[in-house]
Design a protein around this ligand. Structure first.
Ligand code: C2E
Ligand code: MG
Ligand code: MG
Ligand code: MG
Length: 286
């Protein structure tokens, strides 16, 4: 029996593996229904300008409130969404919802900060990606200058011709582009120069190594230098301590995001963050 299975290339399932596979299938089918059941929500993490602490943007981060399992982290369900292709409708929902929220904030008098939205390779590579973005902008009335798309290096490097064309179209819409987790992929520097990018997001792993080891400092310095050379801004991810913040200021990094400033917050708490920030500014002037 076994020999037969070997020949046909089938693996004999371990009971544990079987259970995990079933669990993933179950989760995938739950995820398929998550949008219509309104189990998904976006939280927003503040991005600040290092020079003065001003809120310059928020990153939209997807959260899934599963009816039985509670909050599930995107690290768990985004890969599943990508494997199943569900990331395409989910991603479209994220874009639409982020733009809708942006307009709601604008109507409440807060229209000064950008909203950054994460985009998966599978979404970006679709021929209808640019029209999905422009449809979200048009149907909500969100100002395109306030939308930033976060793409990873792997997307940027996949098919440079196609990527360049698509990015040019996005730029024509007025949308800006950030490279997420910068430094962890294999960017070709000559390609970076050709692409219409706006921001390099320095990966959290470099920022967190600033804490005890000096070896991350030259890397961060090099990224900031490269960004300056290319005319791009830099945003440091995962800033947790005051000493990291100080080092980032020293090397001339522009913006930062991390638990030191705020965790990802439900939309209502972003207004509280803004108020608290305004109070701090007033205190500083007195
Ligand atoms: P990312 O885009 O690099 O997002 C930053 C992640 O770092 C977030 O995790 C955020 O909560 C976390 N983070 C922020 N500051 C700190 C800090 O100071 N310390 C530490 N340890 N972590 C910090 P989260 O929300 O769990 O998201 C994980 C990843 O899931 C994201 O990484 C992104 O790649 C993906 N993701 C989240 N939402 C979406 C989405 O709407 N679409 C797509 N395609 N991917 C998403
Ligand atoms: Mg991101
Ligand atoms: Mg990131
Ligand atoms: Mg990251």
């Amino acid at each position: 029996y076994r020999a037969k299975h070997r020949k046909t290339g089938y693996e004999v399932f371990e009971p544990d593996m079987n259970r995990r596979t079933l669990e993933r299938l179950q989760l995938a089918s739950d995820l398929r229904r998550a949008v219509e059941r309104q189990e998904l929500e976006l939280h927003y993490q503040p991005q600040v300008r290092l020079r003065d602490g001003e809120l310059i943007g928020v990153e939209a981060l997807l959260r899934w409130r599963h009816p039985e399992r509670g909050m599930i982290s995107p690290a768990q369900f985004i890969p599943l969404a990508e494997e199943t292709g569900l990331i395409v409708p989910l991603g479209a929902w994220v874009l639409q919802e982020a733009c809708r929220q942006g307009v709601e904030w604008a109507n409440q008098g807060h229209a000064s900060f950008r909203i950054a939205v994460n985009v998966s390779a599978l979404q970006f590579e679709r021929d209808d990606f640019v029209s999905t973005v422009s449809a979200s902008l048009a149907s909500t009335g969100f100002a395109s200058e306030r939308l930033e798309l976060e793409l990873t290096e792997s997307i940027v490097m996949r098919d440079v011709r196609e990527t360049t064309i698509r990015m040019e179209h996005l730029r024509q819409l007025g949308v800006s582009i950030a490279v997420d987790d910068f430094g962890t992929g294999y960017s070709s520097l000559s390609y970076l120069q050709r692409l219409p990018l706006n921001v390099l997001k320095i990966d959290r792993s470099f920022v967190q190594n600033l804490r005890d080891a000096e070896n991350a400092l030259p890397v961060v310095k090099a990224i900031v230098g490269l960004a300056n050379h290319l005319g791009l801004s830099t945003l440091a991810e995962g800033v947790e301590t005051d000493s990291e913040l100080q080092l980032l200021l020293d090397v001339g990094c522009d913006f930062a995001q991390g638990y030191h400033f705020a965790r990802p917050l439900p939309p209502g708490e972003i207004l509280a963050f803004l108020e608290q920030q305004a109070r701090k500014m007033i205190e500083r002037h007195h």
